[in-house]
Design a protein around this ligand. Structure first.
Ligand code: NDP
Length: 244
């Protein structure tokens, strides 16, 4: 039996263990949502569930492993009873010059950023539709609208996410609103994982100079999903004011 009240709203967030995902969990909890926190680092999401202290649950899963997402959806249905928001936020940004040395990075970005979002959506969509509709929020990027040297495959994942989201927006309306968020530089752990040292140093320097906070993005996501159902913020591009 679901443990939540029928009036409770439930959000599922992938990549909830840090950065924008963790901040959005806090913002949505403050807006009254119970949150299913999904990521690989179980200890992080368990600590966050404890901090939220509102019935939110931590589910260790890898968006590149469909079976773990299917198990996660099963737990959400059993323990929370419904899904009102799915935030496809899990992502990696492994920048660097395009060459064969980074072929593993390219596969990981495609698997997590694009295929992971698509898989999480097909797995959770029946639950999102079951309650009469909901919000599908896809975390894209400024890199989903522009491209520059060194970010080609990352940009490809985000351009891909945008194209797929627009098709889904038309396909799923009016039951499900599709909302694409396109941040510029945000201070999170995203640059920590860049494997090309020179690119990593450059990205860290740029982020130190201008990045806005994950809370800034979380507030915008919470605002978007709490608009009246007749209003759909389809695409939100948000840069630090000083970002060129
Ligand atoms: P973080 O590195 O802080 O967060 C990334 C999250 O993704 C972590 O919670 C991580 O959890 C999760 N993740 C990575 N791989 C997997 C996986 N295989 N399965 C499940 N979860 C995974 O970075 P951000 O908060 O910045 O990134 C969130 C999203 O925002 C990404 O999609 C990113 O592309 C996008 N974005 C970020 C910008 C920025 O400047 N920070 C700008 C524009 C877009 P764990 O490791 O525990 O699995």
């Amino acid at each position: 039996m679901p443990t939540s009240k029928d009036t409770d709203k439930v959000a599922v967030i992938t990549g909830a263990s840090s950065g924008i995902g963790a901040s959005t969990a806090r913002a949505l909890a403050a807006a009254g949502y119970t949150v299913a926190l999904i990521a690989r680092r179980a200890e992080r999401i368990e600590a966050l569930a404890g901090e939220l202290d509102n019935g939110s649950i931590a589910i260790a899963a890898d968006v590149t492993d469909r079976d773990t997402l299917v198990a996660a959806a099963g737990r959400v249905e059993k323990e929370l009873g419904r899904v009102d928001v799915l935030l496809n936020n899990a992502g990696v940004m492994l920048l660097g010059p395009f060459d064969a040395e980074r072929k593993d990075d390219y596969k990981q970005m495609l698997d997590v950023n694009l295929l992971g979002a698509i898989t999480a959506t097909e797995v959770f969509l029946p639950l999102l539709r079951a309650g009469g509709g909901g919000d599908l929020v896809n975390l894209s990027s400024v890199a989903g609208r522009t491209a520059r040297p060194g970010n080609g495959v990352y940009a490809a994942t985000k351009w891909g996410l945008n194209g797929w989201s627009e098709a889904l927006r038309q396909e799923l309306q009016p039951d499900v609103r599709v909302i694409v968020i396109e941040p510029g530089a945000v201070a999170t752990e995203l640059t920590d994982h860049i494997t090309h040292e020179e690119t990593k140093r450059g990205a860290e320097k740029m982020y130190e100079q201008m990045a806005i906070t994950p809370e800034d993005i979380a507030e915008i996501i919470a605002f978007a999903v709490t608009r009246p159902k007749s209003v759909s913020l389809n695409e939100i591009l948000v840069r630090p004011t000083v970002q060129p």
